[in-house]
Design a protein around this ligand. Sequence first.
Ligand SMILES: [Zn+2]
Length: 387
Amino acid sequence: MPEPLAQSPNFPRLLGSYGGDTPGPLVIGIGGMHGNEPAGVFALQQVLHSLHARRLPFRGKLLAFTGNRAALARDCRYIDEDFNRLWGPEHLEGIGKRCTEPTSEEQEQRELLAAIETALAQRKGPAVFLDLHTTSAEGQPFVVIGDSLPNRRFAFGLQAPVILGLEEQLEGTLLNYLSEQGHVVIGFEGGQHASPSAVQNHIAAIWSVLTTAGCLRSQNAPEKTLPEPPVYPVLEIRYHHLIQAGDDFAMEPGFTNFQPVRRGQLLARDRHGQIRAQESGQILMPLYQGQGADGFFLVRTVRQFWLRLAVWLRHLRLERLLPLLPGVRRHPDQATTLIVEPRIARWFVMEIFHLLGFRKKRPHAGKLLVSRRWHEPGVFEDGEPNP
Ligand SMILES: [Zn+2]
């Protein structure tokens, strides 16, 4: 592996910590899972500095880690492979068992995983993860969550649009891995990689999460929120353009996050020709950098009615009735997973599973698997006051 460039910052794995003397939530902030996205690292450093300088009273503990240190040192997305696609079960089970030389990212993963597991083993309360990213395109910040009620509670405090459904499109993300362990996990995209506002947006996001978690009193958070909100929309992923090797994908210039597009509009080109919008909506994360396999996403606003209906249905625990339906049965080994016959899935639309808090997993042996998002019992239930 080449040495990092001399002039690049060499960030430690542990950026710092605060608190830890009292029981309470463990908040873990992670910056730089992608090495060309240092804004989250800078923001974590600034919040830690501010906490120590002001000696703010604090419940629980804040820990801040770097993601891909080697890529951060070289200001590139990754060295050998995308660090935020390595957290699927097949890959994690292979750690230490493969005969091949580990990639740069596999070495990063061993370290980061060990640091996270040590922190989780020593915690004195529920864990909340904040995964800080930036985008190659310009545009306002946004939040990415798996749609559970505790995740919603943190996301709605962040004063930015909330994206649902990305977890079904991207396999092997750190967010998916930690969510499946039952933790609250918030992904935050702070703005364009190099924009000064991205660091400020991340700082605001960190204060907001610390406040929502109950670590800090809101009056003590100096930069609690982004500019005063209207109510920000919740949007769902409708389309994902995945780039294959050798596609020569090139986005048309000038698209920004959340820019409205019409069905049929020219969005990008590759060696197969023009790529046009499959449906009308808003564009998200159009790719304007060399590395990365996600060309762009199309999103659409979810109406408030459906969001409220989901809260109501989940409080009623209606998901318990799903295995009574023909063609739906429980997974023999996994308590939160259902096996759905494909013919049922055609009419029994995925939206119903989404409403009840399930996510689609990869098909297995011709069957659709859906898995209910779960959290450690009693953790940050929707509507409860801070613990
Ligand atoms: Zn990223």
